[in-house]
Design a protein around this ligand. Structure first.
Ligand code: OOG
Ligand code: NI
Length: 460
């Protein structure tokens, strides 16, 4: 039996999701059009960037790139979600504890892992699991648990197809369309809540995020994110298009050599929701949940580079915390840039100090050469060159900033930080891939391929 390549299922799914979200959240469509235009202009003006992207991840990938995010309520939901994403070639990478930032969730990113799959379609989903164990009000916690225990977020159709895919080792072409269609249902917006307005208000008081997860029939996709090549321009241009951006860009400042991930979003829209009252009638309330985001990716950092990044970010935030209303945005961005002056800003220096991961390749000159030299000599002789490995994961402090700007200022109770990867993985039903080990492997494989390339040439 022949199966549809999971990369193709993911491609179809992400297109369907994008279409649904554009229809449901028109401002997102405006943002995507803006990003496409700015990416086009950026590439036109920057030949170096164009050739660099050609080496690492292909020009075609840029505007298509999307990630999304969902928030789940129970261990069982997370477990089934892992099985659903596996059908599309998406696997859990990384563990993010957001309780450190006062948000009662922990998360992973489901994503394609190997290079060919990422290149075929990079779509990933930042997936959070609500932690009701952090809620102090025992009655509220019990009520929330009871409500979540009775909801079904997956259609019978998709459950059957997941089982079929697992049993067969894949999905036949005939089943692919209905899998995508049925899977999409889980991520749809529901304008009718599962509870009444009074309980919703109590949940909001505990934390807006708890209300967002517990009140609805399913884990609506809360944002999608195209990749931009010039995040500062998009941030500055949003207001011109009638879109209200969050106060600051999350992550590192603008640099010659981009590192990790910079992100910004437009603020979640207030949407009407109908709540079922005791007398059987529907009462209208409001909820902010859905927004649009953009991201600009740079090089993946080694643990040493990441420690430096974390230290500089902490130092910045000790001096100034970005205010939600944007009143100190330019001071924050300036302080960030000043503090990050300490982080080397040339690829050569970054590589020399072992701060980031690189992919090595044989240059044109190297193609016809013979050598048994070591890597550093091959580079010095111009036979081998290197390009940054793109960071494909997320950042907990940035994610918390995105959460916060979209939950409003009314944050509710403060939670005690309590990282618990083991509990998360138990719910998931598997471990998460360690992203550092993964990037290290990419680098090592590229070095091995270069060195053996020369050996083969020398032997021939
Ligand atoms: C997820 C926020 C995190 C990102 O890009 O860091 C995120 C959420 O709001 O559910 O998507
Ligand atoms: Ni995001």
């Amino acid at each position: 039996m022949s199966f549809t390549n999971p990369d193709i299922i993911r491609q179809e799914f992400s297109c369907a999701m994008s279409e649904m979200f554009r229809q449901e959240v028109p401002a997102y469509g405006v943002l995507v059009d803006m990003v496409e235009e700015i990416n086009r202009v950026t590439l036109e003006q920057n030949d170096e960037l164009k050739s660099e992207l050609g080496h690492t991840d292909g020009i075609d990938r840029i505007t298509e790139e999307r990630h999304g995010a969902i928030r789940l309520g129970t261990a069982e939901e997370l477990h089934t979600m892992r099985r659903l994403f596996a059908v599309m070639g998406m696997f859990p990478v990384g563990y993010y504890d957001l309780s450190v930032a006062g948000i009662p969730v922990h998360s992973t990113a489901f994503r394609p892992v190997d290079r060919a799959s990422l290149a075929a379609n990079p779509f990933r989903v930042f997936t959070s699991l609500l932690r009701l164990d952090l809620v102090k009000d025992q009655d509220l916690r019990k009520e929330a648990e009871e409500i979540l225990a009775t909801r079904k977020i997956f259609t019978d159709g998709v459950l059957a197809l997941i089982e079929k895919a697992e049993a067969q080792g894949g999905l036949a072409e005939d089943d692919t369309d209905s899998f995508v269609k049925e899977a999409l249902e889980t991520f749809r917006w529901h304008s009718h809540a599962r509870l009444d307005l009074a309980l919703f208000d109590r949940l909001v008081k505990a934390h807006r995020l708890i209300a967002d997860v517990v009140s609805f029939q399913g884990p609506h996709i809360n944002h999608l994110t195209p990749r931009t090549l010039d995040i500062d321009t998009v941030q500055a241009t949003m207001p011109e298009k009638g879109i209200d951006p969050k106060a600051v860009i999350e992550g590192p400042p603008a640099r010659q050599c981009p590192i990790l991930l910079r992100q910004t979003s437009f603020k979640a829209l207030s949407e009407p929701v109908l709540f079922k009252q005791e007398n059987g009638e529907w009462a209208e309330g409001h909820h902010t949940a859905r927004f649009g985001e953009i991201e600009q990716r740079g090089v993946a950092l080694t643990p040493k580079g990441r420690d430096l990044y974390d230290a500089l970010l902490t130092k910045t935030r000790e001096k100034i915390l970005p205010a939600g209303d944007g009143s100190n945005s330019s001071d924050y961005m300036q302080t960030l840039a000043d503090v990050f002056a300490e982080f080397p800003d040339s690829w050569e220096e970054i590589r020399k100090q072992g701060l980031a991961y690189f992919q090595y390749f044989i240059t044109e000159k190297g193609q016809s050469a013979q050598s048994s030299a070591q890597l550093e000599d091959l580079i010095a002789e111009g036979l081998v060159a290197y390009a940054p490995v793109v960071y494909e994961d997320f950042l907990p402090v940035s994610a918390a900033g995105i959460f916060q700007s979209n939950l409003g200022d009314d944050k509710g109770e403060n939670f005690t930080p309590d990282s618990n990867q083991k509990i998360f993985e138990e719910a998931l039903g598997s471990t998460v891939l360690d992203e550092f080990a993964h990037y290290a492997r990419i680098e090592k494989e590229s070095i091995d391929a270069c060195l053996s390339g020369f050996k083969t040439t020398a032997a021939a």
